[in-house]
Design a protein. Sequence first.
Length: 332
Amino acid sequence: MSFFAILFALLIEQVRPLGAHNAIHTGLRVWARWVSSNFDAGKPQHGWVSWLLAVAAPALLALGIHWALALTLGWPAAMVWSVLVLYVTLGFRQFSHHFTAIRDALEAGDETRARQLLAQWQRVDASELPRSEIVRHVIEYSVLAAHRHVFGVLAWFSILAAFGLGPAGAVLYRMAEFVARYWRYRSRMQLQPASEALQSAAARAWTAVDWLPARITAIAFAVVGSFEEAIDCWRNYAQRFPNDNDGVILAATSGAVNVRLGGETLKPVFAPTGSQGFQTAGMGAEPPLGTASTPGREAEVAHLRSIVGLVWRSVVLWMVLLALLTLARLLG
């Protein structure tokens, strides 16, 4: 059932992507703000209680509806529910328009436009970036966005669905990423800011939740890319990045397509906006990269097409594995 739920969700999302300011994401943003306002008292234990409530409650609600539909209407209704949840939590179209617009600008030779689009996407100062650095940052942010919007969701959904927990894993993963980013954003707005204890709890929980999916994504990139180089880069360079999980993904990506990643980060430009929803926007507010860099060729526009191929081959790999597991379960 997981295979068909993911397949249908991806197909629907390609045909009709979810809008950036949809009611569901707005409601989840209101929920996260309400939890922090009412349960965040500034102490570590309050931070963890707030995080559990903000993240676990939506996941348990998704699980409860899944079980209720399965018991009353049967597995087809439960699968439809899983498709709906995945449609909200999973999808390329929630970020790919940024990547496509910047790539088109670079291919047209309009580097000024590419810098503007990168700055708008990640809330960073890209005004003085040379062409190769524009490409490098686009690759880094796009790969991380693909992981958080697609592969991380697939990993947690597939794992928990195998234990009969339906779409709870997808909700857990996306809410964990969202609240860590959103509460950090609220603290910068100075409008009902989240406490340091709450931000710390959310960041630590997100690191733990993303630990396994990040390594699954890195393995997938190695399998569909240059395997030996990806594994070697992972072993020798992942630990040089400040964020361990992001470092694993970026190092594996670097080896898989032979491109140099890492280096100077862009200066964040904080601008209060209502767009801090489920979409992974404004990651530049807390740069995932450090000054270390991996070996490989200087980033070129051609590498952007290589990254697209790498990501889509990884999706195919996921779907083939899930199809085989589904077939084995049906025949067994």
